[in-house]
Design a protein around this ligand. Structure first.
Ligand code: SF4
Ligand code: SF4
Length: 338
């Protein structure tokens, strides 16, 4: 497996990492088999999150039962913003992952500058991670985000050792951020390498991403052995994308482009308080990841739903991709029932 250095962390990670979202829909035993298979196929990087329900727990079991902890570089994340909450989250992650050390702990989905400023403030979560690092509980601190603008500001602070951002042939808005991160020797973890399952040619999509030398590791979500083997094979024999492959990706982009939300957040704020990109993201998990319970639960817990849209159209005037947001929200309403 080809390996790259994860920026200033110095960690040598396989270019294909194990994305821990989809194992929520399989059993503990099945996820254990997948992680062992990932290891056998040369994958040494696992990314999970406090927010992925049983994911940390399943991964912890798999690593413990198979003595794999020392063979894997482990990354997780929490949305906690204040010191006390983040301190607790780190302890919970350590317990769930059955380890006394997490290689990389990330701030999960920092949405805007207000959130970033809280995290970096006197009573902020950054202080908790710094402390955990000093106490040897975590190795490095990273940030995950869906907004290129916020991430660019975060890079200016020069406090993060890694960034995690969506990247694939359809969602390439992160490229200037990757350039900047690479200049600062910040490791770049690519989430959504197959656009949340929207790009059916998964291996080709991953190959395209890894053609970009700025990308350290792509973390496709996996929930079956066949996916693990196929994804790992890309990193085990990495070749540049051919002209034919690029044409295929371009065609996929054309098909999806008109209705594909890149989660850039430019459509916000909505006067009704609807978190538009999050709604589309949950729908993507529901439809394309073949999951229902987890996104349905998270959707139901939102304060505002697609049914709250009054069709004012303000969001559409701000979307740089000219998405028919109002129609798309009607679809979301049908999917989730409100
Ligand atoms: S059209 Fe709906 S979602 Fe868009 S801004 Fe208006 S109320 Fe919000
Ligand atoms: S709907 Fe448009 S503006 Fe809003 S997050 Fe998606 S791509 Fe960005």
């Amino acid at each position: 497996m080809l390996k790259r250095i994860l920026g200033r962390t110095g960690l040598e990670v396989s270019v294909i990492g194990f994305g821990g979202i989809p194992i929520q829909r399989i059993s503990r035993e099945e996820s254990e088999k997948l992680i062992v298979e990932a290891y056998k196929n040369g994958i040494n990087f696992i990314d999970t999150a406090r927010g992925y329900s049983v994911s940390e727990d399943y991964i912890g079991t798999a690593l413990e039962n198979n003595n794999l902890r020392s063979m894997m570089i482990l990354a997780t994340k929490s949305p906690a913003k204040d010191y006390a909450s983040m301190k607790k989250e780190v302890e919970t992650s350590l317990e769930m992952l059955r380890t006394d050390y997490i290689d990389l702990y990330q701030f999960h989905n920092v949405r805007n500058m207000d959130q970033l400023n809280v995290i970096m403030g006197d009573d902020g979560a950054y202080k908790a991670l710094e402390e955990a690092k000093a106490n040897g509980k975590i190795g490095h601190i990273g940030i995950t985000c869906h907004s290129a603008d916020v991430l660019m500001e975060a890079l200016k602070m020069d406090e993060f050792e890694t960034i995690q951002f969506p990247y694939n042939y359809i969602e390439n808005q992160g490229e200037p951020v990757f350039e900047q991160a690479a200049k600062q020797n910040v490791g770049i973890i690519c989430m959504k390498p197959i656009a949340g399952g929207a790009i059916e040619k998964g291996e080709l999509s991953i190959q395209y991403i890894l053609d970009n030398p700025n990308i350290t590791v792509a973390i496709p979500g996996m929930d079956c052995i066949d996916q693990v083997v196929r994804n790992a094979a890309v990193g085990n024999d990495l070749k540049p994308v051919t002209a034919e492959g690029l044409e295929l990706l371009e065609n996929i982009k054309k098909e999806l482009g008109d209705h594909f939300c890149r989660r850039c957040g430019y459509c916000l704020p909505c006067p009704q308080g609807i978190d538009i990109p999050t709604l589309f993201s949950f729908e993507g998990y529901y439809l394309r990841y073949n999951m229902s319970e987890w996104p349905q639960g998270r959707y139901d817990n939102l304060q505002k739903h697609a049914s709250d849209c009054i069709e004012c159209g303000l969001c559409e005037s701000k979307c740089p991709y000219n998405l028919p947001i109002r129609d798309m929200l009607k679809h979301v309403k049908e999917t989730f029932g409100q």
